[in-house]
Design a protein around this ligand. Sequence first.
Ligand SMILES: [Mg+2]
Length: 309
Amino acid sequence: MNEFELIQSYFNWSIKDPSIALGIGDDAALFSLKDGQQLVTTTDTLSESVHFFKDALPSDIAYKSLVVNLSDIAAMGASAKYFTLALTLPKINHDWIEEFSKSLRQLSEYHKISLIGGDTTKGPLNITITMMGVVETSRALLRSGAGTGDGVYVSGTIGDAALCLKKLRDGLVPSKGELLKLNRPTPRLELGMGLKGVASSCIDISDGLEQDLSHILMASDVGAVIDVKNFPLSESVLSYIKNNGDWSIPLCGGDDYELCFTVPESNKKALKILSQSCNMDITKIGHIDDSRVLKIDGYDGARNSYQHF
Ligand SMILES: [Mg+2]
C-alpha cells in the first residue's frame, strides 16, 4: 500500500460541511468563511515517548491528538470546524491505522469537524494536527484581557491527568476513571464559547496551572494571588494530597485540558448562569492584582510545570 492508497482507505471520509468547497485530494483544501467571522488556527504535535507511552492504544492516541487541538480552540471561544492530519508512521500496520482512523473519525463526527487534508510520511511515530475554527470577528478570548480585581477561575477538577501519569511512572495501576482523565480529556468547547463576553482572558491548562496562568499574567501585564485550598480536586487527587502533601500535582501537572480564565466582578452572575447551562463546575481559585507576580498561598515548593526544553 502506498501513501495515496493509505489516505484513500483510512482518511478520505465523506464531507458533509457545505462550507468546504474542496477537501482531500487536491494540492490544498478550500473553504468559505461567512462575513463577520475570523479563522482561528492552532497546531499540536504528539510524539511517541514524549506525549504517550510506546504501548499506548492507537484509539487513545488519535483521541488525544484531536482533543489537545480542540482544547486550544475552546480556549479562544471559537467553534471547531476543520483539521488537517500530518501522520508519521514507522511502518504500515493495518490494525494500528484502522483503530487510529476509526477513533479519529468517531470523535470528529461527534464534534462535527471535518478532516480536509494532511500528509503521511515514514519515520518515528508522530501525529500533528492543525485545527481550524471560526469565531465572530473581534470576539475571541485572548490571554491579554485580565484586569486587577478579576476573579481567577478553573473548570472541572485539576491534577487528575498528572496523578494518573505519576502512578503509571511509579509502576502503580491507575483506576479506569483515572486513565480516562489522562487518555481522553474533554475539550471544554461549550464553556469556551459561552465565556465570550463574560471572561476577560482565557487559556487551556495543558502544561500546568501555574505555568498556564502565568501566561495570562504576562500577556495581561498583571499579577495574581491564588490559594491551593480553593483548588477543585477529585477524590483521588484529594486523597493523594492528604497522604503526600504534594500540591505540585494539581498546581504544576499538565494534561487536564480544563480552562483557566478571569472574570470581572460585574460578570459573576452571567458566569453562574453559564456554569448551570453548560452543566459544568467552575471554581474561583483567586484573583488578579497589579503585582505582576503569581503568589500561591499554601505552596512553597518548586514551580515545575511541564517544559519541553
Ligand atoms: Mg493552549
